[in-house]
Design a protein around this ligand. Sequence first.
Ligand code: GCO
Length: 441
Amino acid sequence: MITHKRSDFPQDFQFGVATSSYQIEGHSFGGAGRTHWDDFAATPGNVVRAENGALGCDHYNRLEEDLDLIAGLGVDTYRFSTSWARVLPEGRGTPNQEGLDFYDRLVDGLLARGINPALTLYHWELPSALADLGGWRNRDIAGWFGDYTDTLMRRIGDRVWSVAPINEPWCVGWLSHFVGAHAPGLRDIRATARAMHHVLLAHGTAIQVMRGHGMKNLGAVCNFEWAAPVDDSAEAAAAAARYDAIYNRFFLGGLFKGEYPDLVLEGLDPHLPKGWQDDFDVITTPVDWSGLNYYTRNLIGPAATPWPSYSEHTGELPLTSMGWEIYPDGLRDFLIRMAREYTGDLPIYVTENGMSAPDQITGGAVDDPHRISYLNVHLDAVKQALAADVPLKGYYIWSLMDNYEWALGYEKRFGLIHVDFESFARTPKASYHALAQALRS
Ligand code: GCO
């Protein structure tokens, strides 16, 4: 069982579940445009079994059933994203009315069930038409993103509870343009530097557009991975500090201090667009909260390669089926670090936390004690952060249901609800029932 009760947390504390558009909706329905994830998945070797989000969890056609399942959990908040390519199939120009209607129904369906709609505007499905123009490498993307924000907010901006423009800028920038593990699958340092900067410029532009609509409760969502030196050598410490700067400090530094860490500029400065320093006015446009997605730690050592010259290692802690170590102390320590070093009194939300496992249906049920215990130890970390006076206002679980795990296809099951990817039948797991019980207590 979940060993925590709702009454252990502050009264206004939000419990939520999270999903994203391309991972669940089914992107081949309803007039959605092609995305760079469709192109990435169609390129041999990029994605397990070359799977894509064409069908997802068929959420687009099962909206009411899924809304009832969210309500059945007793959560306060549902964090979802809208697809840029569903709203604007060509990325710009004429909106897809059917797509806007869908998000309208989604928001109204949440409100009718007493659930706060927590919207993310970009969870990685860039319209292919914009990828053709250079995607995140092209500075114009900030304006295109602002226009998309405006189009969508004219329709649903009056009813969403919170908005974050971009999910996980590290994934949009570094993972997708330097590591090449996500769309568009580049491995190019100049593209990386530009994407990492433009994603923040797009964030700030969208915040300004929404302020123009009089909107409140706007935030930023970054992901973090605790970087621990693999041994006690000075070289490992230096490599871990570089990893930490790229992964965890670059975006917080940009958003909340208007500066990038020296350890990142060592590598990226020559590749950033001219005059990048002048964009901090837009990038640091004030937000109302900061969101933190957290899953794991990584052990880092040096490497005899060009900058950033680090190597990644797996430690001895228990692993999830992603191969990620279970390390709840990292969640506590990031919450404390974010408040003390970057955001001060600004409200913080844990906008994602959860685990994948090869969950199976046996006798009509799915027993996932591993997930229940993962949630318990991470909620312990949440309580420790609250006790350390972090202004933490909520905790959202990734994910409501099993879904498309990007380059790993449909194989990694993160859900509180099991999804059969042939019949699309939903089966709430033991963790779903345990959470519902805890939230009622
Ligand atoms: C993320 C994501 C999800 C992933 C999850 C597990 O924001 O990284 O929102 O898309 O599925 O993190 O890898």
